[in-house]
Design a protein around this ligand. Structure first.
Ligand code: PHE
Length: 335
């Protein structure tokens, strides 16, 4: 009997090791360890043996069962991982990183601008995108038949309502609702009924600034704008103040920055001039103070409006403003 067990052991060992897959392994298990296997029958027959034989055979049966059980587990593990590898699973490959979402470049630019102006003492004010002619034009010294009104190509909603063409109406709304001193920035989207190209969008972002108090001077405006530009682009930034015209400021200026895309040598973003216009500014026109009920003899102030998209283009090296609204992930992921 013991010899038969030895034989059975070596047969079973060989079969377990040579099983080619998990299915074959299962039939090996059934054959050598299953309920109808020879080993099980020997176990069942133990009670008919005489005591000495029963003990030695019993021990041998138990040992063999234990050993075959261990071998069975090992073969199973070996065959399962081989199966995974042949199914194309290779656990040694490097992982794939998931894409992590991020803020839009315009949002990041705006947040940077906001933090610089907050540092200079400005607080944030907001206004509606759907405006009326009074706030968007009349109160800003642009009466209905004034030719300057054509300078802002307007989307009209009906006779009264329009999409704001700039953030300047927020100046009016803030001054209507409180008394000086006022020191605010008003960021937001504006709309122009014009054909978009690389440097003009029919919607884009502006950031308005307004400071009203007693004895505000043009030199303060210049100082704040230079301070702002240096915070944004570094101390060595090159700026150009040109005389300009806006109905709501007098005197007015337009401020250009040396094109950061081409370092002033001329490219498509600066239309070959080496300079990019970033903002309009000036001293608040007395007519504007009259429209909101302030005494122009008592208060003076300055205002400025800058193009957030232009600044974002300079900061990211983007040469087409339209890319910011298309939300093509291939573009956004590069920034
Ligand atoms: N609102 C003007 C524009 O959209 C910019 C501006 C704002 C100019 C404030 C002067 C003062 O072009």
């Amino acid at each position: 009997m013991l010899d038969r067990l030895k034989e059975l052991g070596s047969e079973a060992r060989a079969a377990l090791q040579s099983a080619a897959d998990v299915v074959e392994l299962e039939s090996v298990r059934v054959k050598y360890l299953g309920r109808k296997s020879e080993l099980t029958q020997v176990s069942r027959g133990l009670k008919d043996l005489d005591p000495d034989e029963r003990r030695s055979v019993g021990m041998a049966v138990n040992e063999l069962k234990k050993e075959l059980g261990v071998l069975l587990e090992q073969s199973k593990e070996r065959l399962e991982s081989a199966g995974e590898a042949s199914a194309g699973l290779d656990l040694t490959l490097p992982g794939r990183m998931p894409w992590v979402g991020g803020k839009h470049p315009l949002t990041r630019t705006y947040e940077r601008l906001e933090s610089i102006f907050r540092g200079l003492g400005f607080e944030v004010a907001l206004g509606p995108h759907v405006e009326d002619g009074f706030h968007n034009f009349d109160a800003l010294n642009i009466p209905p038949d004034h030719p300057a009104r054509d300078g802002w190509d307007t989307f009209y909603i009906d006779d009264e309502a329009l999409l704001r063409t700039h953030t300047s109406p927020v100046q009016i709304r803030v001054m209507e609702s409180r008394k000086p001193p006022i020191r605010i920035i008003a960021p937001g989207r504006v709309y122009r009924n014009e054909t978009p190209d690389a440097s003009h969008g029919s919607e884009f972002y502006q950031l308005e600034g307004l400071y009203v108090d007693r004895d505000v001077r043009f030199g303060e405006l210049k100082g704040v704008l230079i301070r702002f530009m240096r915070e944004l682009y570094g101390e060595s930034v090159n700026l150009r103040f040109r005389a300009g015209f806006f109905p709501f400021t007098e005197p007015s200026t337009e401020v250009d920055v040396e094109c950061l895309i081409c370092q002033g040598t001329g490219c498509s973003v600066c239309s070959g001039t080496g300079w990019v216009e970033l903002l309009g500014a000036g001293m608040v026109d007395p007519r504007v103070f009259e429209a909101v009920g302030y005494d122009p003899g008592e208060f003076t102030g300055y205002a400025f409006g800058l193009g957030v998209d232009r600044i974002c283009m300079m900061m990211t090296g983007t040469d087409d403003i339209r890319l910011f609204l298309e939300n093509d992930l291939r573009f956004l992921r590069q920034i």
